[in-house]
Design a protein around this ligand. Structure first.
Ligand SMILES: [Fe+2]
Ligand SMILES: [Fe+2]
Length: 199
């Protein structure tokens, strides 16, 4: 999938999610919704983590606070969908995908800052790709409309992280890390069998 994001092209496009994932999600949509809700909640917390860790990086603060609110809004929307279906939340399970990517962060304040921004952009890009696959597969109705809207938000988020990275780092350095994380991301996903979860 060639991913265009506000005129930016990921140097190495993400792999395309296999149909087996779409089938796994549709086969247990309730389980998927519970996982999706948790992902939105974690995305909100992740945005606030940038504010806490990098209070001196002025350019990221307002966008990250805004993003945290938007992701929390998504969490609330998915939470309400789950509630209407009578679903029960349980404790978070480990996310092998995110953990695999976190292990790739380099040490050192500057390197880690760059890597965290790029990693977040790649994760958002995957959200965009997978929610898009799901939106295409869902029958016409409220859920399809909801996932079309979510897909559009995730594309904007991905672009935001790459744009912020390019405020603080040379374009070439950012692109080099995008290439790296796109590769690691594909490996992380390939290691997880298709299941009714975002990753
Ligand atoms: Fe979101
Ligand atoms: Fe997002």
């Amino acid at each position: 999938m060639a991913m265009t994001q506000g005129g930016h092209m990921l140097q190495r496009p993400l792999t395309t999610t296999p149909d087996a994932w779409v089938h796994a999600v549709l086969a247990d949509f309730d389980a998927f919704l519970l996982d999706h809700a948790a992902c939105e909640r974690k995305a909100s917390a992740m945005a606030m983590t940038f504010v806490v860790r990098y209070p001196d990086r002025d350019a990221i603060l307002d966008p990250m606070i805004r993003l945290a609110k938007e992701e929390l809004g998504h969490f609330h929307q998915v939470f309400r969908i789950c509630q209407r279906r009578g679903l029960r939340f349980s404790h978070d399970s480990k996310d092998p995908y995110v953990n695999a990517l976190l292990r790739e962060l380099r040490r050192g304040r500057e390197l880690e800052f760059l890597d965290r921004l790029v990693m977040a952009g790649v994760v958002e890009a995957r959200g965009h790709e997978r929610f898009g696959r799901l939106a295409d597969a869902l029958p016409p109705g409220e859920m399809k409309e909801f996932y079309i809207q979510i897909t559009q938000s995730e594309a904007r988020h991905s672009e935001l992280f790459f744009d912020l990275a390019k405020i603080y780092f040379e374009d070439d350095r950012v692109e080099e890390r995008v290439t790296f994380f796109v590769e690691r991301e594909a490996a992380a996903l390939a290691a997880i069998p298709p299941r009714p979860a975002l990753h």
